[in-house]
Write a protein that binds this ligand. Structure first.
Ligand SMILES: Nc1nc2c(ncn2[C@@H]2O[C@H](COP(=O)(O)OP(=O)(O)OP(=O)(O)O)[C@@H](O)[C@H]2O)c(=O)[nH]1
Length: 357
């Protein structure tokens, strides 16, 4: 049901825009491109541009190679480092040119999976210019357009592609590895993705050079890590969980050296989440009154995160942040949901309890 609603919003954004920019993560272009989205845009006959963001986290040659292979125009940028945004503007202008023969204004929309950097790109494109956002008369209330040039405008709220496949959700970090009952399937999918994208990563991290099948690779990882059952056989399930955990926390990436350090965290707070009853869900302060002491004990510079679905709500706990906002943002990223209420705690290192829709 939720999926359908999310796709409806994406369709509305496609409908509204004249040019669609699909934002993907340069580290995982295969996993963050969405064929359904691309098909919908094509069906509408609208121009599509792919922006591979976070280019600062991948080697240049890799970017060039991907660009050569793509049939859709690709632009590489790093919104965070403000690199490549000039080229992006130029490409958008190029696509808009053809349309401006028939209309006097062109609207551009960014669409992509959660966490790929859509908002950061919008902010970068906005620039420092005071013109920034301006309400346009007759335009849907609450929404604004950002002026890129006199005739080219950007929708200020991006379209978010829902993650509809459970294995995919796990790979993207939206469901904690430790909680998965059948971790082998998503782990094999992850290995398949790595084989397709950059199999050298398996050699660099695990010393594996024989890429026969996904399952053999998983078994080999277990063997090398010593995740063995009593009988001496590799424990595939535990290996799968371990691998997914490494991936989700960023300890294992496609490009060993270029890890995004800021995003590393450990899963924690199982006990507290186990104890949360229905009446505590009304207010995050109640959770803090009851479990504050336990939570404060773990406050240090390690980022710890716990997430649990309880009675139709999602409860998240995050600690180890300089600002509570960082914790809330990470929880929202991981779950793809929005915070309804939150309560902050801690002095030097902060933690936060968040209830999400
Ligand atoms: N290294 C790097 N990180 C980036 C870049 N752009 C964005 N990020 C980071 O990626 C994370 C997600 O960025 P957002 O702009 O919030 O992503 P979004 O696509 O709007 O995410 P949702 O709001 O969940 O849909 C943040 O931690 C950003 O700082 C980039 O070019 N390089």
């Amino acid at each position: 049901m939720k999926q359908r609603k999310a796709w409806r919003v994406v369709r509305e954004v496609i409908d509204e825009a004249d040019i669609i920019v699909e934002v993907v993560d340069a580290r995982d272009p295969i996993g963050t491109r969405n064929r359904k989205l691309e098909r919908l845009v094509k069906e509408e006959g609208k121009p599509l541009l792919i922006v591979m963001n976070k280019a600062d986290l991948v080697p240049k040659e890799w970017a060039e190679e991907y660009k050569r292979k793509s049939e859709i125009p690709v632009v590489f940028i790093s919104a965070r480092e403000r690199k490549g945004t000039g080229i992006l503007r130029r490409e958008i202008k190029k696509l808009a040119k053809g349309l401006l023969d028939y209309q006097d204004k062109v609207k551009v929309a960014l669409i992509g999976y959660p966490n790929v950097g859509k908002s950061t790109i919008i902010n970068t494109l906005k620039g420092k210019k005071a013109v920034g956002t301006a309400p346009i008369p007759g335009y849907t209330k609450g929404k604004q357009l950002i002026r890129l040039s006199k005739k080219i405008w950007l929708l200020d709220s991006p379209g978010v592609v829902p993650i509809d496949d459970f294995d995919e959700l796990v790979i993207k970090g939206g469901f904690p590895a430790d909680k998965i009952e059948e971790p082998v399937k998503p782990a094999l999918k992850l290995i398949g993705r790595i084989l397709e994208t950059r199999k050298e990563a398996l050699t660099e991290k695990f010393g594996i050079e024989d890429f026969s099948s996904e399952e053999d690779i998983l078994r080999e990882i277990g063997k090398r890590k010593g995740i063995i059952r009593k009988g001496g056989e590799v424990d595939l399930e535990e290996t799968a969980r371990w691998l997914l955990r490494e991936w989700q926390t960023g300890r294992f990436t496609l490009f060993g050296k270029e890890e995004e350090k800021g995003q590393e965290f450990v899963w924690d707070f199982e006990d507290v989440l186990d104890g949360i009853e229905k009446d505590l869900l009304l207010d995050p302060r109640r959770i803090l009154w009851k479990y504050g002491e336990e939570l404060r004990e773990k406050l240090d510079n390690t980022k710890r995160v716990g997430i649990r679905e309880i009675e139709g709500f999602t409860v998240g706990i995050a600690t180890g942040f300089k600002k509570c906002d960082g914790g809330i943002k990470l929880l929202e990223k991981l779950t793809g949901k929005h915070a309804l209420a939150s309560e902050c705690f801690g002095k030097k290192w902060k933690g936060v309890v968040v209830i999400m829709e």
